[in-house]
Design a protein. Structure first.
Length: 258
């Protein structure tokens, strides 16, 4: 190898060191589901959980109706989205509706993320002294797996972000939105967005309760920006280039003397 070739090698190594591979995001567990229930109903629970992007559960009785729907997709690894709705109406028995987008996924190289979501809850009931019993909840959570948990089926998680909307009090009418951005380092993650509506059981004639909880979100990933070369790497690159030109200058001068 000539001297010029040896001087070019360090520059090539430094430039290659600053490049980064595209990230790969893989869903390792698909736990999306919807479920509903009515107390004192012949069919007390209805649920739907599969790899389908549209899930729906509904139950009805003479005194109550409850429904949960989830429309979602992560077919594009860089763009996830979902819309979940839950509702319950009762004039007697208690009801519950649950819509849940829950997945586990792996990140193999750093990615930036953007999470944009809207959460809505509403409830009302009669008579007034029963209003506090209706529960409408929406929430979102992203966590990095850091080791085994107390429960063998649930690992220990380091929170990346968490959003809770659990308004209390009578006649709830709440809507919030969140726009979150950040960076995910390589590892295993758990991601969950849910909506739950619960109406209590009413004993008095004429009592009724209505509860609704909904969410919508998009979750986008992009390759992390290539790291800026460290000062030492820049110095090495500069030294290699200067050395190369110095050698060429000396070689040219030697040729002229001959």
């Amino acid at each position: 190898m000539t001297r010029v070739a040896w001087l070019i090698v360090p520059a090539t190594v430094v430039l290659a060191h600053t490049a980064s591979a595209d990230p790969i995001t893989v869903v390792t567990q698909d736990n999306r589901f919807t479920s509903v229930g009515i107390s004192a109903s012949p069919q007390q629970l209805g649920s739907s959980a599969s790899s389908s992007d549209t899930l729906r559960s509904t139950l009805s009785s003479p005194a109550a109706t409850t429904t949960a729907v989830l429309t979602s997709s992560f077919a594009d690894p860089s763009h996830w989205f979902a819309s979940g709705t839950t509702s319950g109406f009762s004039t007697g028995p208690s009801t519950i509706a649950h819509s849940d987008f829950s997945v586990a996924f792996a990140v193999t190289s750093p990615v930036s993320y953007s999470f944009d979501a809207e959460f809505d809850e509403s409830s009302s009931s009669l008579p007034p002294n029963s209003r506090c019993c209706i529960q409408v909840i929406t929430a979102a959570f992203l966590g990095l797996v850091v080791g085994p948990g107390i429960d063998a089926e649930e690992p220990a998680l380091e929170p990346v972000f968490r959003v809770d909307n659990n308004p209390g009090g009578p006649d709830v009418d709440s809507a919030i939105s969140r726009a979150l951005v950040g960076m995910l380092r390589p590892g295993e993650y758990r991601f969950n967005v849910l909506a739950i509506s619960i109406t209590p059981g009413f004993q008095s004639t004429g009592a009724e309760g209505i509860g609704n909880a909904d969410f919508r979100f998009t979750f986008d990933f992009a390759p992390a920006a290539a790291p800026t070369p460290e000062p030492a790497s820049l110095f090495l690159l500069g030294t290699a280039i200067v050395g190369m030109f110095a050698f060429r200058s000396r070689a040219a001068g030697f040729s002229l003397k001959r």
